[in-house]
Design a protein around this ligand. Sequence first.
Ligand code: AHG
Ligand code: MN
Ligand code: MN
Length: 344
Amino acid sequence: MPHRRITITHFLISEQRRLNRTGHFTTLVNDIVTACKMISHEVNRGALAGNLGLAGSENIQGEDQKKLDVLANDLFMHMNTFGGNYVGMASEEIDDVHVISEDTHNDYLLLFDPLDGSSNIDVNIGVGTIFSVLRAPAGVDEPQAVDFLQPGVRQVAAGYATYGSSTMLVMTTGRGVNGFTLDQNVGEFILTHPDMRIPAATNEFSVNTSRSRHWDPAISRYVDECLAGKEGPRGKNFNMRWVGSMVADVHRILCRGGAFLYPTDAENEKKGGKLRLMYEANPMAFLVEQAGGAASTGRQRIMDMQPNALHQRCGVVLGSSEEVQRIEAYYRELDGIAPREAAE
Ligand code: AHG
Ligand code: MN
Ligand code: MN
């Protein structure tokens, strides 16, 4: 019923009233929302706007930037600067932090991956934007990188936009997870997935199996038991999905459960893993935990990690809590911290 629809702005205002908050938070999220709408538009135009292909530049990660990586980054930075909510930003696509010194009336820090899954953009597979909001340390109005290096438990908000068959915004401010779908005709995000929850159990795992020769035995054991299906120790069959865009894989898990694995392995461990802690692992961990799931490196809770570098990477095992706990138990056995437990 159109007249019963709740827009993201109404939702935020009702949250603001319920929590007796200032309006700053609502304007902060609204700036993010507008930026995501603009990125969605550019992603959807794709080849028609000459947005595909390489930008001809490289980022600090040593990755060739796609045109849309750069475009999404510029849009996200511009649209979130004007509102005066942030004293600083950090992006996957820029080497150092970006300080905002004029006309700021708030003390938030914005961290983001402007275009996640960009290896998929040229083949029209779902991509997204991931964001995380921290508070700047008291009295800091010209933040340095060190001011961003806060554990994930300090996030005040986190979320992602997924530019898939529909454009959705999924976010948390620490009171559960809510999903909004963009009504392209009206240009508004509408509440369509209130209070998203991840089932504790699942029969679906998500991993890039081409890396299996590099995996730790704990991961190999977990995946092999899933592949063994009903006749194996898990006593049930498993399905496998791997999109290659973290936003798309995590969104599926928030919708129907699952286990997402991008662990450190023998090949990537010198870099600390593949996924970036500050603007991929931490925001996704916040969302997953708020939806009743778990998020770990396999050996420790992701949101407890004390970051030591802005673009540091970490292992990621997240999703249905029973699966994450199982994998953590396998790591404890591997590390000689616990006896080997048979899979029940
Ligand atoms: P980004 O496009 O921002 O660099 O992120 C890509 C990440 C993540 O989205 C995805 O889960 C992972 O890279 C896929 O890695 P593989 O290509 O090694 O599977
Ligand atoms: Mn990414
Ligand atoms: Mn990216």
